[in-house]
Design a protein around this ligand. Sequence first.
Ligand code: ZN
Length: 288
Amino acid sequence: MKILLFFLLPLFLTAQTITLQILGSGGPEFSKRASSSYIVWVDGKAKALVDAGGGAFTRFAEAEAKIEDLNFIALTHLHIDHAADLPAFMKAGFFSERTAALPILGTTAAGKFPNIEVYLKRLFGKNGAYAYMDDILTKQSDSFQIVPHMFDQGFNSRNYGDIIVGMAGVNHGSIPAIAYCLSIGGKKILFAGDTSAQSEKLTMLADEVDYLVVHHAIAEHAGHYAKKLHVTPTRIGEVAGKAGVKNLVLSHRMKRTYDSEEESLELIRKNYKGNIIWAEDLMKIKVQ
Ligand SMILES: [Zn+2]
């Protein structure tokens, strides 16, 4: 017994407690749900924030997360329901203890959408909307510096502390969008963001992930334009089934889809047999 403990003890000591928390399970409409936003907790610390849509700022405080603990903030794309609360986080950060630079991950530019560096400059640069906080883009910041980390639509990977972030561009109409796969202590959580999942890139990223957070923003019978932007329930099932996803989290829930959630579940189940969870604001999911 003693010998067994000797070998097992290091495992217990190094095992990390990982929790996925939904901050915002809604979309871009007036709703009791906050817009898209998620935290990954590691050993009781909020290490990653993925998306910061409207309402995320308040939910972050309700979740008792601390900006001091974040390794990074990742934005899947620059639609308002995924990014609008970022300035509020930065201002609140001024009143925190954080001094370490904070990477803000985002995409390259396309069409009317700026790349992440230009986006931050349009917010906080000399001629930005919030130029009164322009020091936040510099090392001379009164609080901490924010640093854009830009990724193209190809497959990329980068370490942020004890989190490996794999990513790739995904189809979201003509909007540049990225899915982020966070690997922590052998567990993988993939945030698909808004995507039609028309290419196989999402399926490749989703290969045997523990959790796939995907956005159920449309019903199967949605119109042509909506299907260019968002994934259908049938396609969600195809991706999750083919990739061998262990748990599926359906988020970005909208009033237009409430009545078709049961129908969507049946369609997803045709191709996917794993666990399915409907996201709710502040829901905590233990990753094990
Ligand atoms: Zn959205």
